[in-house]
Design a protein around this ligand. Sequence first.
Ligand SMILES: Nc1ncnc2c1ncn2[C@@H]1O[C@H](COP(=O)(O)OP(=O)(O)OP(=O)(O)O)[C@@H](O)[C@H]1O
Ligand SMILES: Nc1nc2c(c(=O)[nH]1)N=C(CO)CN2
Length: 162
Amino acid sequence: MSRAYLGLGTNMGDRLDYLNKACDLLEQNKNVLSLKKSNLYETKAWGYTDQADFLNMCVEIETSLAPYDLLSICQDIENKLDRVRVIRWGPRTIDVDVLFYDDIVSDDEKLLIPHPRIKERAFVLVPLMDLNKELTIEGKTIEAYLNDLSQEERDEVKEFKL
Ligand SMILES: Nc1ncnc2c1ncn2[C@@H]1O[C@H](COP(=O)(O)OP(=O)(O)OP(=O)(O)O)[C@@H](O)[C@H]1O
Ligand SMILES: Nc1nc2c(c(=O)[nH]1)N=C(CO)CN2
């Protein structure tokens, strides 16, 4: 059994519904044994900033899916939930990224693990901290990466109360 962390994001349509549906689809997979959710966060768009605010969260799963099978499941969920690819880092109904998979490091561009942009994204680091503060990348904790970001970047991530 392996432990993986996924990052979910959405900024189109009924954002809460897309996050719930994505988590339901993961939980319904017979090879996903457990799923734990972070809090939800409303976040300013990162990268391509001229778009609506996102809702972001992370999940921790225990799974018997191998890394590439997990990636396929994440992509199937994106396809099922109306995801269309238009602009890089642009608006989307749902994005499901593989952030960590056990202690595996992969430099295959089809599946980079740990996800290469975790370190610079408060919208990923903050929900990940809800799940496991001990996670590290290249020997440095996610908490240390978060502290390296500016106050302004951290302030762009606000807890979203249901
Ligand atoms: N850890 C990973 N998780 C998900 N996709 C990945 C990962 N590493 C590489 N990829 C590849 O990235 C490609 C593009 O993914 P996607 O369209 O979701 O990017 P994005 O979400 O727009 O940007 P970003 O990767 O910066 O979050 C996919 O085809 C996938 O094979
Ligand atoms: N706040 C925020 N910004 C983003 C996000 C996201 O999930 N949240 N996803 C992106 C594409 O990977 C680009 N920018």
